[in-house]
Design a protein around this ligand. Sequence first.
Ligand SMILES: O=C(O)c1ccc(O)c(O)c1
Ligand SMILES: [Mg+2]
Length: 635
Amino acid sequence: MTPSIATVCVSGTLQEKLEAIAAAGFTAVEIFENDLIAFPGSPTEVRRICADLGLTIVTCQPFRDFEGMPEGRRQRVFDRAERKFDLLQELGTDLLFVCSSVSPEALPGIDRLAADFAELGERAGRRGLRVGYEALAWGRHVFDYRDAWEIVRRANRPEVGIILDSFHILARGLDLAAIGTIPRDKIEMVQMADAPLLQMDPLSWSRHWRCLPGQGDLDLSGFMRALAATGYDGVLSLEIFNDRFRAGSARSVALDGHRSLIWLLDETARQVGKPVPGAVSMPPPAPVEAVEFIEFTVSEAERPGFERLLRALGFARTGAHRSKDVDLWRQGDIRIVLNSEADGFAHSYQITHGTSVCALALRVPDAQAAIARAKALLDVPHAGAIGPDELDIPAVRGLGGSLLYFLDKASALGRWAEVDFEATGEASDNAGLTGVDHVSQSMQYEEMLTWLLFYSSLFETRKTPSQAVLDPGGVVQSQVIESGLDGRNGHGLRLILNGSQSHRTLSARFITDFFGSGVQHIAFATDDIAATVKRLVANGVAMLPIPENYYDDLEARSDLTAQEIDAMKALNILHDSDAGGAFRQAYTQTLDGGLFFEIVQRDGYAGYGAANAGIRLTAQSRLARPISVPAPSHG
Ligand SMILES: O=C(O)c1ccc(O)c(O)c1
Ligand SMILES: [Mg+2]
């Protein structure tokens, strides 16, 4: 199948859209009618721009309200079709894309509609053109692809076929089995879109909430399996109407689009267990076994303060890099790399963002397979400077220009700590932290789907529906991605992506203060949160104060005893529970730059304490520097 994208998916003028689409590696494009109408030059000029960019125009769509018109209006729609044929020929393309009529004047009757398509096909045939018919989910009489197919079948013209759009089919929950019975040469083209599950009329849902394959909740796998059964090898074109994409970067959305189709074809080939036309060969997605290390970049000036904090948190400096100004700190199964190099990647990152997480290293079953898959998915590999005898750890660019390293146990990479670092012999003043529970990354709201796709295409992941969390300054959307949590090999990965549309939320202020998106907090696990927090407090770590009212409320809504609640209150520990068990969490106060740490104890609990997020955000806001809200103008 040939990947393609509709110009409506991305922001900008037509010229900018086409440039972004070509830059993302597409060779085929659908021109959306409105983009052409708003273009200040002729269709021939658009044809030339596309040719210069190496783009084939698949169609210029849609052609609306064609079929079923009463006798008096029928001639008029055929005249309109002839004008559209002229336009298609001027653009150098051959497919007339008809979407089912929404006109209140349109008449029903399958044979009447088939007769209209028979005549349209004959007219198209005279010019060497083709006709495709798409059932809109809100069509007046035709809103089910099976009816569209029956009309096409009865029209019985070689020039007339069906167009399948995954959104219209899946949004109505239609049975997919009939797709597999359509002869492949009667499918003129296929449009792909995913969407989050929402209770909404299909038109509003379609025009504002479509998203790229892998970013939503529709059964695209089922759709693709049925399509693969036909042997279809034509155009697979993204058609995404999405308000976030309209506000986002055209280049980034187009690149994500290409990545999503490469991922979808790979996924389909794996599911059907045989090659799918157009699928790129790449290693399978693998689970993340563990966060192998977290790399902080810190300036020489800030390093003593940061080291004091690490020690107070119970970490020990266990390794010194053999050739670089880099140390390894450990506690339990947590490894922190502290980088103060005077040049190179970490240094540039430090100049922009200050003390911060510049890289995450993830342990996978096979690091070389992971980087090969990342490259096949158009992720951007990173090559850093390597000293003699040092390991070349494969990496790709991640959120906000940070790095994502891949490590494994199976290859020489498994010995990175011994190969690159000399042991100091320093023992840890253990505070009982056992591992990395989760990592949260804050980003622009418009970027959230990009990073959701990045992680979920690369690894074997599970996502839970995005949740809205209330911050005193607005709403924060929070998206959980998990990988490898079955505990077979390590603790896996739990990631939280946060994005907010209000510039006054803590998440948004982090991005402003940090000059970009990045890791905002890291949660460490402990088996005994009370003992750990006591230890941290004794070591001088400032914990986030939680208001009394929280504990009064907890007494009223939980089965916890007054004693248990008092113990939590004394240590500013929050509580939640689910069917699996209890959860307790506490936070450090925020460092300059916005980073903070969380301590969690999970006793079978699967979530992230979403019930407490609002309390935490309010407590943090109270401590954060006040921000001014512009006064309303009276003028
Ligand atoms: O929302 C619409 O009108 C519209 C237009 C063309 C399409 O291909 C489609 O799926 C929807
Ligand atoms: Mg469509």
